[in-house]
Design a protein around this ligand. Structure first.
Ligand code: FE
Ligand code: ZN
Length: 490
């Protein structure tokens, strides 16, 4: 107890806050990360000495708001008028403006070093792994944790799984006995895992008794619990302008809604309070992206496609900011991370359009949204046996693995940047993807996972692959409650 109390007092001291002893006792049950958020709540309230009564009051508010969030998923019903909102503040926290991959062998080495060191520091919040090279010094009865990237995974004839686990100091074959770990199929090549266990008799094999992923903490107290500016953010993606399947009529209905020309009182009130629209890649259909695409293009010049998109964007009310990242149909490098669209494309658009890379972290009035086009869904969905109808399930794995594209060298080309920008270091309030053209969302430990669908009906290629898009549906996020309303413009 004394130790926990000291930790609480210390954490609050970092925020220049003093604690009444009884108040400190009440706070012992929270993790360091939670304490940080709680302390920041008090800091925002301008208190110096935190009393027991104050803690009870504030924690009451926090628990209530977390419960509400869990209770009422979706529902337009609960969306309130935000008309007293202050001016919108939209910040690009990071974008991919400074990419420097050279594709050299050294590049790959430093890329994997960065992937390892970022992820090992994340998993070290949960465990204290030992270096693999130090294992020879321990006895076979010692129970320890190790952590590293999965460099190989195979199943033996008798059904055990053997993983090569690699850290900075060495490689260790790890045996996961058959039926000992439910999530064994969730382990992907190149991702970070932590393994608990012991060495076998010859000390050549590590026998696993538990496996964990970096993951995110159980319950998060988010910034939105402090003073929030509010406002709505429209999440969309995959406009695919230039395709004969682009749903122009639906798009026009969407724009009319943004102009408050259609919809009931409630949705019009939302439209009035839209601060920005995030477009998560595949802005145009591009050219030569899939076999026989030319037979399905209405505009066969890529520059003309962007010009047409710019014209569609112009119909959106001028006060609404628009943030755009590229996808695999856009005219930037295919390898991820992708830089923002180049200057010679940006010039077609008006000033309120903000061009960012893929991925990017955007802060809208204090709500942090991680935008990633979502190409790795093509790896995660089939490998993990998930469904294209529920992309949010796969997005959930991105958070668990703390990586947007955990599998290296699969369908997603990944550039060997000196730094791995695809690691999810900061936990966002919202993870926003597109790419699979199916609208879906879910809540994972307080983070909203949203796949924002498309504006293109089924292509021949999708028909062949049996992919059924759900176009013209638009998730609208209330940034003060993180609730989502789904609007249908079909
Ligand atoms: Fe797309
Ligand atoms: Zn795509």
């Amino acid at each position: 107890m004394m130790e926990e109390l000291a930790k609480v007092v210390e954490k609050f001291a970092q925020f220049e806050l003093m604690l009444e002893p009884d108040a400190a006792k009440l706070l012992c049950k929270y993790t360091q990360e939670e304490l940080e958020l709680i302390a920041s709540l008090f800091q925002n309230k301008n208190v110096l000495i935190v009393t027991k009564t104050l803690v009870e009051k504030v924690m009451g508010e926090v628990e209530k708001s977390v419960d509400e969030e869990h209770g009422g998923e979706e529902d337009e019903e609960e969306i309130e008028d935000q008309s007293i909102r202050k001016k919108d503040v939209i910040n690009v926290v990071y974008s991919m403006n400074n990419l420097k991959s050279t594709g050299s062998y050294e590049g790959f080495l430093s890329y994997f070093k960065s992937r390892y060191s970022k992820l090992v520091s994340l998993i070290s919040d949960r465990i204290s792994p030992r270096p693999i090279s130090s294992l020879r010094k321990i006895g076979t009865s010692d129970d320890v944790w190790i952590a590293g990237l999965v460099s190989d995974k195979r199943t033996t004839r008798s059904g055990h799984v053997i993983i090569e686990l690699e850290d900075e100091s060495g490689v260790m074959p790890v045996l996961i006995p058959k039926n000992s770990f439910d999530d064994v199929n969730e382990i992907l090549p190149d991702e970070m895992i932590g393994v608990r266990g012991h060495l076998n008799g010859e000390k050549r094999l590590f026998i696993a008794t538990d496996v964990i992923f970096p993951d995110i903490p159980e319950k998060r107290y988010q910034k939105r619990l402090t003073e929030q500016n509010g406002g709505y953010v429209v999440l969309t993606s995959d406009t695919h302008v230039g395709s004969i399947h682009f749903l122009e009529d639906a798009w026009n209905r969407f724009v009319r809604w943004l102009n408050c020309d259609v919809g009931d009182a409630k949705t019009k009130r939302m439209a009035r309070n839209v601060s920005c629209i995030l477009v998560c890649g595949d802005l145009v259909d591009g050219i030569g992206i899939y076999p026989k695409q030319e037979t399905e293009l209405s505009i066969d010049n890529i520059f003309e496609q962007y010009k047409a998109l710019a014209e569609y964007i112009e119909d959106i009310p001028a006060h609404i900011k628009i943030v755009m990242c590229p996808g695999n149909h856009d005219i930037v490098r295919q390898a991820e991370p992708q830089p923002p669209l180049s200057e010679n494309i940006q010039k077609f658009f008006d000033d309120r359009v903000i061009f960012v890379g893929n991925p990017s972290l955007i802060d809208v009035n204090g709500t942090r949204i991680l935008m990633y086009h979502g190409r790795s869904l093509n790896d995660l969905i089939p490998t993990l046996g998930l469904s294209y109808e529920r992309p949010a399930e796969a997005m959930c794995r991105m958070l668990i693995k703390r990586h947007l594209a955990p599998m290296y060298g699969s369908t997603v080309p990944i550039a060997p940047e000196p730094e791995d920008h695809l690691v999810i270091e900061e936990i966002p309030d919202v993870l926003h993807t597109g790419h699979v053209h199916v609208v879906d969302y879910m809540n994972y430990k307080g983070v909203k996972l949203i796949n924002s669908g498309a504006w293109q009906s089924q292509t021949e290629y999708q028909k062949m692959k049996n992919l059924k898009p759900t176009p013209a549906k638009v998730p609208v996020l209330d940034t003060s409650s993180l609730k989502i309303a789904m609007l249908n413009f079909k």
